[in-house]
Design a protein around this ligand. Structure first.
Ligand SMILES: [Zn+2]
Ligand SMILES: [Zn+2]
Length: 257
């Protein structure tokens, strides 16, 4: 699938590291006014799912129904459930990049409000969001209603930083189970959002708290903290100063001390 690459680059923030995979060479002309990617449907879309997230090429994305064809109340897919695969096959979909450092995330949130889009229940089941998979039928509706996409981003953001800055290997990343975020969330709670280096608590800014996988031991992650190193973004940046901080993060840090 070809993404058009003419026009001004979407680059609100200066990022110097060449390895940042989030910073793809797509341009504002490859985005529709809704903020979704314009894509060439004549080629087979390069859409994959790893660790329960959807990726288009190297971009973390959320997929919706074709917005021009729905009035209100369509779905957005956070993983590749059967219905998501179906709309891709039928070419009735739109792809929204969930980039932390770009304005495309705000565009997705706008579309969700404007078209009253709901989280797809099949996706929530597949990634076991908030225990959805094993919940009784009657208990699923509240999980669905409680689902908050900002919270979902918050959960995935730390991992996405690790992925885009190559703190996890491709091999490890591609083997992650669909319920990876759920597991990570449980481990973070168990660690009380407390950085292993500075001992500060990051429950007030959860996406700044990382458990960076120790890939040799990560197979134990289901029930222990052997998964990796508990670290806040600030301590992570001691070794990796190339990871940028956004303004909100800088503000949060300034109030911690
Ligand atoms: Zn779905
Ligand atoms: Zn720390």
């Amino acid at each position: 699938m070809a993404v058009k690459s003419t026009g001004a680059k979407i680059k609100p923030r200066e990022l110097k590291n060449q390895n940042i995979r989030e910073i793809l060479d797509f341009s504002s002309s490859s985005l529709a006014t809704s903020g979704s990617l314009k894509i060439d449907i004549s080629e087979q879309p390069l859409i994959n799912s790893y660790g329960g997230l959807i990726y288009f090429q190297d971009l973390w994305v959320v997929i919706t129904n074709n917005l021009s064809s729905i009035r209100k109340g369509g779905l957005f897919h956070i993983t590749n459930c059967e219905d998501c695969c179906d709309i891709i096959k039928k070419d009735k979909f739109e792809i929204f990049p969930v980039l932390k450092f770009y304005s495309t995330r705000a565009k997705l949130l706008e579309a969700i409000v404007k078209y009253e889009l709901q989280a797809c229940p099949k996706c929530l089941r597949q990634v076991d969001w908030d225990g959805f998979r094993d919940a009784e039928y009657w208990a699923r509706q509240p999980v669905l209603e409680r689902f908050n996409i900002q919270q979902y981003f918050e959960t995935a953001d730390s991992f996405e930083i690790e992925r885009t800055f190559n703190l996890v290997s491709d091999n490890f990343f591609k083997k992650l189970p669909d319920d990876h975020l759920r597991m990570l969330q449980k481990l973070k709670k168990k660690a009380n959002w407390k950085c292993g280096t500075c001992n500060l608590n990051f429950s007030g800014y959860k996406s700044m708290f990382h458990i960076v996988p120790d890939e040799d031991n990560a197979n134990k992650y289901m029930d222990s903290l052997e998964y990796g190193k508990k670290s806040c973004l600030q301590c992570l940046r001691v070794e990796r100063p190339d990871i940028p901080l956004i303004e909100d993060e800088i503000n949060f840090l300034s109030h911690l001390h």
